[in-house]
Design a protein around this ligand. Structure first.
Ligand code: ADP
Ligand code: 5GP
Length: 217
């Protein structure tokens, strides 16, 4: 049977904004990296921050590292889709690129806290798909924070205090994943991406396809 006239899997689609949040240390950076490696049409939205780089972090790739003055200037210039004050530092999502990427059919991945997820959803409710990553236990979260490169005991203590406050917002998200076994968690994240791509509104060729089915064009 011929497939001609069917919208192809590679048909035009509007990209989605995949927003990941979690208490620090639950694994959203690790899961994001796995997704970015497997999917070349998923691009990370690189945030700006006033916190110092960790040893393995690269300016422009992990974050745009800014001074407080530079950050304030970017706020004044309306360069952010959203920004927030987290752990005494500023974090913001640059506006540039996101809209163009969605139009070009690329998905944009965001690693932001719950305030950022809320703000992105307010701005672009039809584009945001939000996922909250939960740790398997509080002990596991502490171990992961402690083992992470560049961590200090003060940093771990501070982030453990903030973890419960972040977790309290988990109900605001479309999906939640417990990151116990990394590969299981990753497969779940991937399934979310693949099924959300099939949402009717994101398949841009369907309108014409259905009009053709109905003999309208
Ligand atoms: P986040 O971005 O949420 O702050 P990271 O992705 O940096 O967290 O993960 C924190 C630490 O936990 C890292 O050292 C990472 O390698 C480790 N990690 C992530 N997921 C798992 C997992 N499922 N099991 C064990 N360790 C993990
Ligand atoms: P970290 O310093 O561990 O990289 O990130 C600390 C927290 O800031 C995390 O909860 C992370 O999701 C959040 N964050 C990172 N970038 C942004 C951003 O652009 N906006 C907001 N609102 N939060 C961010």
């Amino acid at each position: 049977m011929s497939n001609s006239g069917h919208p192809k899997d590679s048909g035009r689609r509007r990209g989605l904004m995949l927003v990941l949040s979690s208490p620090s240390g639950a694994g959203k950076t690790t899961l994001s990296k796995m997704l970015l490696e497997e999917f070349s049409d998923v691009k990370l939205s690189v945030s700006a921050t006033t916190r110092p780089p960790r040893p393995n972090e690269v300016d422009g790739k992990d974050y745009f590292f800014k001074t407080a003055d530079e950050f304030r200037q970017m706020v004044a210039n309306h360069e952010f889709l959203e920004w927030a004050h987290v752990f005494d530092k500023y974090y913001g999502t640059p506006r540039a690129d996101t809209v163009a990427r969605l139009r070009a059919g690329e998905d944009v991945l965001f690693d932001v806290d719950w305030q950022g997820a809320d703000a992105l959803h307010d701005q672009m409710p039809n584009d945001v798909v939000s996922v909250f990553i939960l740790p398997p236990s509080i002990e596991a979260l502490k171990d992961r924070l402690t083992l992470r490169e560049g961590s200090t005991p003060e940093m771990v203590a501070r982030r453990m205090e903030d973890a419960k406050r972040e977790i309290m917002h988990w109900r605001r998200y479309d999906y939640a994943i417990v990151n116990d076994d990394l590969n299981v968690a990753y497969q779940r994240l991937k399934r979310i991406l693949l099924v959300e791509r099939l949402k009717r509104l994101r398949q841009l060729d369907l309108e014409d396809h259905v009009r053709a089915l109905l003999g309208e064009i």
